[in-house]
Ligand binder design. Structure first.
Ligand SMILES: [Zn+2]
Length: 323
């Protein structure tokens, strides 16, 4: 049974990566076409609403506790190549949340880094070792200081290992973004990985977005440049992120901006400013990344507001199935 005490309220199911043993190699948190069918069956197809129905019921306060929708973040091509045929087979219309700098030929390096990590190292810990070696800093004190932080992150993101969490802390908090990218590109150049050759294999193009829209899936906002911690940006920078995103999607789909009313928070990062900006842009439904209350964000309940609807990571569901 999928529904239990922890998730017995309407929410989104969050998907990112899929593998097919061809272009899209198996990696951390990725699932195959068969795994995807299994997850859908485990949730129960009758509990999964089409995105437009979910949205309609949401607006009218009609969603039942056992009703969920499927959501796909980041505009990554494996979703088109692996997940879309399954969605079409089962006739499930879903939400796709895309950041839009990728349509300007400036995709988030995160995806490039992921591909590099998955294909140039035999396992993720080998990558972490090489990363720390290249960085060449003593991190003991930093990890010691973050001891409690690491434990609370493990509770919040149970599908991450402690090593994953430590790496993310170094990436997002110990280093600034530029320094982190510098280290990564040193490693990439050392291995002679020509990442630009992979853009069209890894990311959506404009036609992919149009195709999804034509099939009846709903396209929503996910910022313009996908900052790792959007909540650290000031009001104007945040506003530009979402304005640009909305503008670009509306232009590609040839749809008025006021027909695009959904979004998901990149990396689950937002603050009060973000919610205000989204409201001003006419966004009526926003998804976050976790199934828990985040008191530091002023949240009093799960599904705290229309722009803070919970989502469960597919990896957590997959673990339930494998139990
Ligand atoms: Zn994202």
């Amino acid at each position: 049974m999928y529904f239990n005490k922890e998730n017995n309220f309407f929410h989104g199911i969050m998907f990112h990566h899929f593998h097919d043993g061809k272009v899209h190699t198996k990696g951390q948190g990725s699932i195959s076409k068969d795994d995807f069918y299994k997850i859908i069956n485990f949730i129960g197809i009758k509990n999964i609403l089409n995105a437009d129905i979910f949205y309609e019921k949401f607006l009218n306060n009609k969603l039942k506790d056992n009703e969920v929708c499927l959501t796909f973040d980041d505009g990554i091509k494996c979703q088109i190549d692996v997940a879309l045929p399954v969605l079409e087979d089962l006739k499930i219309k879903s939400f796709f949340f895309v950041y839009t700098s990728l349509f300007d030929g400036k995709p988030d390096n995160l995806e490039i880094f992921r591909y590099f990590r998955m294909n140039y190292f035999s396992n993720v810990n080998k990558f972490y070792d090489e990363f720390y070696m290249t960085l060449d800093k003593d991190l003991d004190l930093f990890f010691e200081k973050n001891k409690d932080n690491i434990i609370s992150k493990k509770i919040k993101f149970p599908h991450y290992t402690i090593e994953d969490i430590k790496f993310r802390l170094v990436r997002d908090e110990y280093l600034n973004h530029e320094d982190y990218e510098d280290v990564m590109f040193i490693m990439i150049n050392k291995q002679k990985f020509n990442y630009k050759d992979y853009y069209n294999k890894l990311f959506f193009n404009k036609n992919d977005l149009k195709k999804l829209d034509n099939y009846g899936h709903l396209i929503g906002l996910h910022s313009h440049s996908h900052p790792t911690l959007l909540e650290n940006l000031n009001y104007n920078d945040q506003k530009n992120e979402y304005k640009k995103c909305l503008f670009t999607i509306s232009k590609i789909l040839n749809k008025p901006q006021n027909e695009i009313n959904f979004m998901s928070h990149p990396c689950g990062s937002y603050n009060i400013d973000t919610l205000k900006i989204l409201e001003e842009l006419g966004i009526k439904l926003g998804f976050k990344q976790v199934m828990t209350i985040e008191p530091e964000k002023g949240m009093k309940k799960i599904n705290n507001s229309s722009l803070e609807i919970a989502r469960q990571d597919h990896a957590d569901i997959f673990k339930l199935i494998s139990k």
